[in-house]
Design a protein around this ligand. Sequence first.
Ligand code: WTA
Length: 710
Amino acid sequence: SQSIFAALLTAACVGAFSTTPAPSTSALLSSTSSSSTQLCEAKDHEHAASPVYDAISTNTAFSSYQTRHAESISNPSAFWAKEAHKRLSFFTPPPKSHPTIHGSLEKGDVKFFPGAKLNVCYNAIDRHALARNGKGGNDVAMIWEGDEPTDTKSFTYNEMLEKVSQIANALKNQGVKKGDVVTIYMPMIPELPMTMLACARIGAVHSVVFAGFSADALGARIHASQSQFVVTADIGLRGTKKIPLKDIVNDSLTKFDNENLVDKVMVYERFYDDSNEDEETEDSEAAPYDMKPKDIRMNPLVNKMKPYCVPEVMDAEDELFILYTSGSTGLPKGLVHTTGGYALYAAFTTQTTFNLEKGDIFACVADCGWITGHTYVVYGALLNGGTTFVFESTPMYPDAGRYWDMIQRHKINVFYTAPTAIRSLMRYGDSIPKKYDLSSLKVLGSVGEPINPEAWRWYYENIGNSKCTVVDTYWQTETGGHIVTNIPGVTPMKPGSCTLPMYGIDTVVLDAQTGEVVEGNDVEGVLAIRQPWPGMARTCLGDHKRYMATYLTQYPGYYFTGDTVYRDSDGFIFVTGRCDDVLNVSGHRIGTAEVESALVGHPLVAQAAVVGKPHPIKGQSISAFVMLVEGAEESEDLIKEMKMEVRSGVGPFASPDQIVVSPSLPMTRSGKIMRRVLRKIVAGEADSLGDVSTLADPSIVDVLIEKAAP
Ligand code: WTA
């Protein structure tokens, strides 16, 4: 079977590239940087433009990619066993002779290294603190920069070990036990990653909810995971704006049966001053928020705790965390990631994709509330013994030079952000980044949505000084880490393309209708994965059936990503969109169903349909079509109220840019809303609506074009 896999790989992704001489429009570029990057321009496809770079014709590292990738997917058990032994410390290692991977995608019972024992927090902190006879403890584990550029802190591995242990002991002190779900609703302060790590240390399952979600959304997640513990902060800060997180938590407890469910609300204080602590008068100064009976002041409690906590021995398949994410229908899904596989994949991809080396300062500026923050703010760099940079503020505060200023001041080596941020910063011109010394950078990353070639090029030239590799990392909450990306100095870059599969990832393009594998290049289809990988989510919390139906049974034998792709004539992958109704606004994944159900929460809204509209900065913005109840009148106030419904039902980041009140919605005779029609209308593509004859009332289309076309 080895040769079959190798042959398939060649056909699937690299054959055409390696055997076809570079055509004149395509150029391979050897960078002058130490990571020796290559750049390969795309040809006749709308997703890639073609600037001219100096060309060279050889790329020796590329063949090493081909060999290693082929090996990794022809014998995945051996590949991942070797990586696990290399990258993780086990209390009980996985046996070397035994298969690493158990179960299958068909059955949906995938397990990596079951029976092996480890602790992820121990792997992220202790072993680095203990390294080099304890000298490793003085290495910097985390640099934090707050809302104000002058507000920075850093923590060595020793300090991390102490602080995380104290938090772990505080959690235990409040009754948290192995297997309990701890909901974390916090701003980007050092205690956020530390609390996640503390949960991992004691075997509690963290469920981080992005602090931009509303009380309703938070309440729904607390309820769905039956979480008895909530950790929060009094306020969050973003560009001097204060976000009343504790009030939102209070409100979330009034939803469902949460008042009875939740036992403890543990509250950090954003401006807590340790130096004011006094043995005698401890806690005497009032909390800066209205304390409820369940509230626990975390800062003084943590400070009182012993600075060491024995890490819990976990099975590789024990749950590490839950993270809710949006699908096209129904409530958000709580994806479950497990200990061994996730940790291995986080460590492996961080090191591979970013070429992370000892001493590197790694800045992923995502929020810990999303998967990018989990894997690449909290776990990835620390599992590699690197320095992770944690950022509380926004790219615009105090001005549009904030990121570049941080890179200069902290000598950041790897910088990882989303295309939406790049596009919004580009608007301020090249002169802003030019003011800063960005020479510490070696790799720049992009994540969350396709990056348009203009933004790619701006990032490459102005931030990377045409010397850094730009990695376009494609992945999902479900995949745990990057699954398709270029690799610095190893595989070529191509603006707009996430390029080629990661080692161990057996990608295929499937025909959406037939489910047949589409071979060759210059083809389109849906992206799927043919073999399990360690970082894949194992289930949806409490609903394995939904997990199976969403990811594994649509195309039996494959993990289905839900994304459509184009594989260009060189075998490089371009993500072209979603097959379902999931929206991607500023890199935030939002379900249409969540926004729609918030809209119909307004008493005057009878029905709602939400679609994404192309947006130059956000990627997509939200357009909502609503049908009012009999007798209701459209007004400006009503539109405002509807937006408020979305802000309170989901969160401010999901607020629609456009709300169109319409006499009816384009529905099929069976009552299904044809969002395709709405998408075309808001995109200004009403001339290519396609077949609308199945609509119950085709005349509605003209009314909608009149009201909603740009
Ligand atoms: C999209 C974020 C193109 C894609 C890590 C995917 C991308 C969804 C890229 C997952 C990329 C993410 N190029 N599209 N480099 N990265 N996506 O779960 O549609 O928040 O399915 O995970 O974002 O979003 P999620």
